[in-house]
Design a protein around this ligand. Structure first.
Ligand SMILES: [Zn+2]
Length: 181
């Protein structure tokens, strides 16, 4: 039951953000998949192919536990905390459940934007705050995945700052990296 509830909530957040980022071309379908994912890291995905219309996948069984695990501080998940800090020396509050759902949804919608439009990807050198870029890089993410991670964390941070409208989220997803030295 909890899995299903989380899946509906997550699907709702994804669709709401997608619709605001792509008002003329939004996706209206999140596929709820009733088996666990083969890859423990990919419970949510933006999916497209030649023969299938583009959509988002959410794997349902075990989703609740997986999300809880993302909220834990240990196991290298400290990065979520980093994203919420103003500086590397601040006390790091962790994601709330809402912030986590927003981060995941923003991440996937950013993948769609990467595919449909020419976006300048965030890199470790263009990520502000720098320690966030450093931490994501340390986890081994590169290229589009690195970029989507940055957007996910920035979206959660906007949410925490009280900027929770779909328009606020769309602005984050369309964010361009600044040139940093
Ligand atoms: Zn991704």
């Amino acid at each position: 039951m909890e899995d299903r509830e989380m899946a509906y909530r997550l699907a709702g957040v994804i669709l709401r953000i997608d619709e605001t980022v792509f008002p003329d071309n939004h996706i209206s379908r999140v596929e709820l998949i009733l088996r666990p994912p083969e890859d423990e890291r990919h419970w949510v995905a933006y999916h497209y192919g030649k023969r299938i219309p583009e959509h988002y996948d959410v794997f349902v069984p075990g989703l609740y536990d997986w999300l809880r695990k993302q909220l834990e501080v240990d196991e290298g998940k400290g990065i979520a905390h980093l994203a919420m800090m103003e500086s590397a020396t601040d006390e790091a509050p962790s994601f709330t459940e809402d912030e986590l759902l927003v981060a995941i949804a923003a991440h996937e919608v950013r993948h769609r934007l990467q595919r449909l439009e020419k976006v300048t990807l965030f890199t470790p050198k263009t990520t502000e705050p720098a320690f966030l870029g450093w931490a994501i890089q340390k986890l081994g993410h590169r290229g589009q995945e690195f970029d989507a991670k940055v957007i996910g964390f920035l979206a959660a941070r906007e949410w925490r700052l009280g900027h929770t409208s779909a328009e606020d989220m769309a602005m984050v997803i369309r964010m361009k990296p600044k040139r940093l030295r």
